[in-house]
Design a protein around this ligand. Sequence first.
Ligand code: C5P
Ligand code: MG
Length: 159
Amino acid sequence: MDGLRIGYGEDAHALAPGRSLVIGAVKIDSSPVGTVAHSDGDVLLHALSDALLAAYAMGDIGQYFPPSNPNYRGLDSRVILQTVLQRLADQVGRYRIVNLSAVVVLDQPRLGPTRRDIQRQLAGELGIDASRVGVTFKTSEGMAPDFIQARATVLLETE
Ligand code: C5P
Ligand code: MG
């Protein structure tokens, strides 16, 4: 049992018209608003990447991709996630992602219809089966209409 680790991460961004909305590497074309962000603003990939680093006390993605660095403007967050996975492999050796559980808080649009796409994308990025990727959605009940947040928990196992 010594090889089990849990990791937790969060991210949030403001929403504004004329921006794209990307959640778990899936572009939500139906959305009239998108994230105000320095990268592509994919809160789910950011929360997941932080969760993976946190599992091994390796800091957070801001250390590897400082928002102040102009090179990271518009960055595809899949690059962030893959960089984190590589760092994990370098530092901890062989590891297995047991499962992922994530929540996205967003009032509009409804994300239920894109859940399978998001699960499949995340599973592909992580190299695990989609049955190990739980993704739930919540509104803020109108309390935060211009806001998106994601929370992610991962369980990992080393040999
Ligand atoms: O937040 P609330 O309890 O009202 O969410 C109820 C349902 O709405 C859940 O089934 C959730 O999956 C769905 N939902 C959604 N898209 C969102 C927010 C919630 O499909 N942006
Ligand atoms: Mg972010």
